[in-house]
Design a protein around this ligand. Structure first.
Ligand code: SF4
Length: 295
């Protein structure tokens, strides 16, 4: 599905003009336009390239092509039809476009304050990453709301590889501690959300939308396996609730303080002793690989 702001139009241009100016085709203006009327014969560019002599309009150097553009952008930039279809605008990936999110206010919806938010259409790994895996177009990966709440305010983000067939890695800094988030499957990584480097708080404020981390494609065989293996929908809700209970129990064991059974405090990792924080992160957020696969 295309972005609702993606439009297509035919543009016309002179193949001999020193700079290519694209003119959107407006049918009612054609009769007045020099290139489409008999007055093209007086155009100096036509006369300088007189090898194709003809007297009937339109000018033989006038060309037309199909382009797409973003109707939401303040500056119209035409993109060839085939190119746009390969981009974020021509696939489900438009859901991660900042412009789309800002204009539609399609950020993270309100959710009950006594549970961890779960986006039903996403797949969740056991180390609290999410994967958006549409049938066509690029996939997106981020951290879920559980990990976002554990971390609290992230102040700096670094990425491992920016491209290639890898398990994508992000290094997140919170206060003086650094936490490595690894997506546990290899994907063909095509991009990272570099905007988060200048606004890292987005990562935990909008973990399912503007806080996405990685973009890429999942090999077909891996995609089929992940769709079958990873929690999604109602199962993801139930798993997230059980993770919350398990965390409360672990905190109780580590600190010998009885948990009240509610939702853990935002930024919990920073509130714990370093050693306890490492134990919690290792238990809940380190990737676990099925036996027999290389880590
Ligand atoms: S730039 Fe963003 S808002 Fe505009 S068409 Fe593409 S995805 Fe949609």
């Amino acid at each position: 599905m295309n972005c609702p702001f993606l439009r297509e139009t035919k543009v016309r241009f002179c193949q001999n003009a020193p700079s290519r100016k694209l003119i959107p085709r407006a049918a009612d203006a054609l009769s007045e336009e020099r290139c489409s009327s008999a007055s093209f014969a007086g155009c100096p560019i036509y006369r300088d390239h007189g090898e194709q002599q003809q007297s009937a309009p339109p000018c033989p150097y006038l060309h037309e092509s199909l382009m797409q553009y973003c109707a939401a952008s303040p500056v119209t930039r035409f993109v060839p039809y085939s190119e746009a279809m390969l981009s974020r605008c021509g696939s489900e990936a438009y859901h991660y476009c900042d412009l789309y999110l800002e204009l539609t206010h399609a950020g993270w919806p309100a959710h009950p304050s006594d549970s961890i938010a779960v986006e039903p259409g996403l797949f969740y790994t056991n180390n609290h990453c999410w994967l958006d895996l549409p049938e066509s177009g690029p996939c997106h990966i981020g951290i879920d709301a559980f990990l976002a709440r554990l971390l609290g305010e992230v102040t700096h983000i670094d990425y491992g590889a920016l491209r290639g067939l890898v398990r994508p890695i992000a290094l997140l800094k919170v206060d003086d501690a650094s936490w490595q988030v690894t997506f546990p499957e290899k994907i063909e990584l095509t991009g990272c959300n570099l905007y988060l480097r200048s606004d890292p708080q987005r990562l935990t404020a909008e973990p399912y939308t503007q806080g996405w981390l990685f973009e890429g494609s999942v090999p077909a065989e891996t995609a089929a396996r992940l769709r079958a293996q990873l929690a999604t929908g109602e199962a993801a809700h139930a798993w997230m609730d059980s993770e919350t209970r398990r965390l409360n129990e672990q905190i109780q064991q580590l600190t010998a303080v009885a948990a009240d059974g509610g939702l853990f405090a935002p930024g919990l990792l920073s509130a714990l002793d370093r050693e306890d924080a490492l134990v919690v992160f290792q238990e809940f957020c380190s990737p676990r690989y099925p036996e027999g696969r290389n880590a």
